[in-house]
Design a protein around this ligand. Structure first.
Ligand SMILES: NC(=O)c1ccc[n+]([C@@H]2O[C@H](COP(=O)([O-])OP(=O)(O)OC[C@H]3O[C@@H](n4cnc5c(N)ncnc54)[C@H](OP(=O)(O)O)[C@@H]3O)[C@@H](O)[C@H]2O)c1
Length: 259
């Protein structure tokens, strides 16, 4: 056995949604460095072109394709265009997410709830269903959902977001149970607090930031790049016996002492 070969993604085609910045961009770069040809996707063509150019300049194969994951036609077109550039999809990272509402459940606006479920959950189901037949035909595939520790523990702030992220964890388990027979593996990553645009309210205010990091055993928020290694592992043969798993990367936060 060559342990380095287990992580090699040469010749594999990956789609990463929400890859114009933050965690998605870091994962796209990680997959490309491991050898995959990567489709970098988000709503903004200019932004994904910029990331794809960055990857190509570094010697990797990459293509930027705009796709609003809340739009079914755009999801189908994303897969079709990916096939045109790089062939069948081997790796799908459902990373794009939104969080339009902060507050308690009794004040939750149902429009915001629908939007959250549509972008964070329904899109992951639809895109998985679009790539699954290709993975089945290839005889293997890896789908990676990006959930959150907010899908595991309660919070007074992120009501709809938490519900959508919890649902992604069960989606992972059901897909893994249904698709294991076809060697299509499905796993979910639950990041803790990562310094990105989405989490800006947690790190841009010094008081909020200090109160937060006090609770994290590693004493800091994560950088987006720290989420890439686990995604490469889950995409690769190194995790060939892993499916339906929920993997937490949170600096020890969920395991922190209550007192
Ligand atoms: N940051 C954290 O602390 C944290 C913690 C746990 C989990 N997560 C999860 O990690 C994932 C990435 O979050 P992040 O923190 O990296 O966020 P981010 O830096 O704000 O990036 C979000 C990405 O999603 C894209 N996006 C947003 N809405 C989209 C849509 N409707 N269709 C397609 N792309 C869309 C954005 O690009 P455009 O604007 O160009 O479309 C951007 O590329 C999310 O699933 C999030 O829930 C984050």
């Amino acid at each position: 056995m060559d342990i380095r070969a287990l992580f090699d993604l040469t010749g594999k085609t990956a789609i990463v949604t929400g890859a114009s910045k933050g965690i998605g961009k870091a994962i796209a770069l990680g997959l490309a460095q491991a050898g995959a040809q990567v489709v970098v996707s988000s709503r903004n063509q200019e932004a994904v072109d910029e990331v794809a150019t960055e990857l190509r300049t570094a010697g990797h194969r990459a293509q930027g394709i705009a796709c609003h994951v809340g739009d079914k036609d755009q999801l189908a077109s994303l897969v079709q265009q990916t096939n045109g550039h790089f062939g069948p999809v081997d790796i799908l990272v459902n990373n794009a997410a939104t969080n339009p509402f902060f507050g308690p459940i009794e004040e939750l606006d149902m429009g915001a709830f629908q939007k959250t479920m549509n972008i964070n959950l329904e899109a992951a189901i639809l895109l998985s269903n679009l790539v699954y037949p290709q993975m089945k035909a290839s005889g293997e595939g890896s789908i990676i959902h990006i959930s959150s520790i907010e899908g595991i523990h309660a919070s007074a702030l992120f009501s709809a977001y938490n519900v959508s992220k919890a649902a992604l964890i069960m989606l992972t388990k059901n897909q893994a149970a249904e698709w294991g027979k076809d060697k299509v593996r499905v796993n979910v990553i639950c990041p803790g607090f990562v310094k990105t645009k989405l989490s800006k309210m947690l790190w841009s205010n010094e008081n909020v930031h200090n109160r937060l990091i006090e609770k994290i055993p590693l004493g800091r928020m994560a950088e987006p790049e720290e989420m890439a290694g686990l995604a490469v592992f889950l995409a690769s043969k190194a995790s060939s016996y892993m499916t339906g798993s929920t993997l937490v990367q949170d600096g020890g936060l969920l395991n922190g002492p209550i007192l």
